[in-house]
Design a protein around this ligand. Structure first.
Ligand code: AVJ
Length: 340
């Protein structure tokens, strides 16, 4: 069923029904990094949490990735934002309070905001689990005239609830969820996240979401296994972090970076492949694991979408797409959707 023919269901709830009172300070995560690592690395297939890629060095490496000629996402999205910022801001409402989930270095939102009339004061809220990423984005956005920035070290859902609960009378919300950050979530989790986001919003609030589209396999490989080795360093830095923060003894040269296209699931996967049989201990997580030669640690999924998947997913979560802009060369889609 296409979004346009789906029955209109009112998913609206009064915001007070679910949102706990904003407590001023949000706890970064209900479970610790060590707990996450114990659960994911202790299971089969072995995994690590993708959000842990963004410590100080990881955030800097991700910034470098965005400059790689083989990684088109950031450039394509920035170009779309620049070309369509007036239409986007107009549709979101001139006075909308803006919240960005996972802002990276803040460049993209700065590009969007340059479409505002300079006189208009803007409240901007940034939500991320990584304090390092937030620092960079906060500093970048404070340089935009008329912008008032607040940083929230929090998970997306709780950060958004906090911002939504503190809105002023008559103020609408524009949620920016850019860079195909949604692609890190498995489809059921992505659906749940979008529904939780919808539950924090009121009808008429909007969300701007960036989705990377399915494209030829060679292009995807070059984007996630670049010839300069920056993505490999970004991936293996997870092990550096485990060594430093959890006292682990990963030998970096015994793990190879691998980017895999999973055709059936339409996702790129990043793996760290053990180059021999080995035993690794992670004392901070109370864990010791045996890895066979060729066994992998799966560190990230980046789902790729077809345009109709995006529209349907948004509709099912309680949003109605109101505008969509596509970069045909890079195959990237920016969608503006309204809470219905
Ligand atoms: C920031 C999560 C969208 O999945 O493309 C870049 C992270 N991983 N290269 C992505 C990433 C490998 C990126 N996201």
């Amino acid at each position: 069923m296409s979004p346009a023919t789906m029955p209109l269901v009112d998913a609206e709830k009064p915001p007070s029904a679910e949102a706990p009172m904003a407590s001023g300070h949000d706890v970064p995560a209900p479970v610790s990094f060590a707990d996450d690592v114990r659960r994911l690395l202790g299971a089969r297939p072995r995994r690590l949490p993708a959000h842990a890629l963004y410590d100080a060095l990881g955030s800097a490496l991700f910034d470098a990735i965005c400059h790689l000629p083989w990684y088109p996402i950031t450039r394509a999205e920035t170009a779309l934002l620049r070309a369509h910022r007036r239409a986007i801001l107009e549709a979101a409402g001139r006075r909308a309070r803006i919240v960005e989930l996972g802002p990276g270095n803040g460049e993209k939102l700065a590009t969007l905001l340059h479409g505002s009339p300079t006189s208009a004061a803007r409240d901007v809220h940034l939500v991320d689990v990584s304090a390092t990423a937030l620092d960079a984005a906060t500093a970048r956005l404070r340089r935009v005239p008329g912008v008032q920035v607040s940083a929230h070290v929090a998970r997306y859902e709780s950060g958004l609830r906090e911002v939504a609960a503190a809105r002023r009378d008559g103020e609408t919300l524009l949620v920016c969820f850019l860079g195909s950050n949604i692609g890190n979530f498995d489809p059921p989790d992505a659906d749940m996240l979008l529904r939780q986001m919808r539950a924090a919003l009121r009808r008429g609030d909007t969300m701007l979401i960036g989705s990377d589209l399915v494209k030829p396999r060679e292009q995807l490989h070059a984007a996630y296994d670049d010839p300069l080795g920056v993505t490999a360093a970004f991936n293996r830095n997870l092990l550096v972090r485990l060594n430093r923060e959890l006292g682990a003894d990963f030998a970096l040269d015994v793990f190879a970076h691998e980017a895999r296209w999973n055709e059936a699931a339409r996702r790129m996967e990043m793996h760290l492949v053990s180059q021999r049989d080995q035993c690794v201990s992670v004392p901070g997580a109370g864990l010791a694991i045996d890895l066979a030669a060729g066994e992998t640690i799966w560190t990230e999924s980046s789902y790729k979408y077809r345009p109709l998947d995006v529209a349907e997913g948004l509709w099912q979560a309680g949003f109605a797409p109101v505008g969509a802009w596509q970069d045909d060369e890079a195959k990237f889609l920016l969608t503006l959707a309204a809470a219905r």
